[in-house]
Design a protein around this ligand. Structure first.
Ligand code: NAP
Length: 254
């Protein structure tokens, strides 16, 4: 007997977990994407794209799809869907597990300034014009119109036209290599990096490169999420799911 598992994705973890489960005949997996990136890397597993219509819509989706488990494998900055997942799981009485990848920690040689929001990051750049590498995605770039005096190199997955007078967009998708990041920072004479504390290995090379070149990093801290059972790694979801599969079998008397 297979049990239905809904994975909220948009991350490497979501893709990896869904691929692991797709090869396991205890589960029928569905991977969900918000549909933010124009060029979705189509996964090799059943998937859907688009919002559910808030916590209410997600609860209905869980019920209608007879899902036995919900895994929130979204990005640590995707706070709304994570809050919706907690509420929807409670309403639909479906067990929820969050994959919460550990945050990066400041190490010797790092020159981080921690900020709580993009607006604070923009203000932290100061009044003197600087050459800034902005690696925060494209959706929150508008916050930097508070600080239009800087030269921005904005790295995003999809192209877009920023509403900033001195900005260029460079489209690239991780993982990024240390050598390439060092070369980029030197070639572009970057003086400061703005980053979210994403915690993923795929984009950590810029932090190592900044350390090596003594470049400061304005680090946007993670939003606080409502409490939920968590695991730090994809592998931690496997025993949890096996437990749920066992419960489903017991309930059905199989
Ligand atoms: P968000 O602000 O937390 O969510 C906004 C809305 O998007 C949600 O209320 C939900 O719409 C929909 N949504 C988000 N994730 C979804 C998913 N996996 N499946 C279906 N609907 C989803 O999210 P966000 O920060 O815009 O991130 C959107 C997606 O991009 C997430 O899947 C996340 O994992 C990925 N991502 C985000 C970041 C980041 O920095 N925020 C970085 C890399 C990847 P409804 O309320 O209508 O259901």
């Amino acid at each position: 007997m297979r049990c239905n598992v809904l994975i909220l994705g948009g991350t490497t973890e979501g893709r990896r977990l869904s691929e692991l489960l797709a090869g396991d005949d205890r589960y029928r997996v569905l991977l969900s994407y918000a549909g933010r990136t124009e060029h979705l890397q189509v996964p090799r597993v059943p998937h859907r794209v688009g919002g559910f219509g808030g916590a209410t819509g997600l609860a209905a989706f869980l019920r209608e799809g007879a899902f036995a488990a919900l895994v929130d494998a979204t990005h640590p900055f995707a706070a709304r869907i994570s809050a919706n997942a907690v509420e929807a799981a409670a309403r639909a009485q479906v067990p929820l597990l969050r994959i919460a990848r550990p945050a990066w920690r400041e190490r010797a040689g790092d020159r981080w300034q921690l900020v709580a929001s993009m607006r604070e990051a923009a203000r932290a750049l100061g009044s003197t014009p600087r050459r800034v590498l902005l690696t925060i995605g494209r959706l929150e770039v508008d916050a930097f119109s508070l600080a239009p005096q800087h030269d921005y190199l904005i790295r995003t997955i999809d192209p877009f036209t920023p509403a900033l007078p001195r900005a260029r967009v460079s489209c690239a998708r991780g993982p990024f290599r240390l050598d390439d990041e060092l070369a980029l920072l030197e070639r572009e004479r970057i003086e400061v990096i703005v980053s979210k504390n994403a915690g993923t290995d795929a984009t950590y090379a810029k932090i190592e490169a900044a350390r090596a070149l003594a470049i400061p990093v304005i680090m946007v801290e993670r939003p606080t999420l409502p409490p939920a059972p968590e695991t730090a790694h994809v592998d931690g979801a496997l025993p949890w799911l096996a437990g749920i599969h066992g419960d489903v079998l017991r309930r059905r008397g199989a």
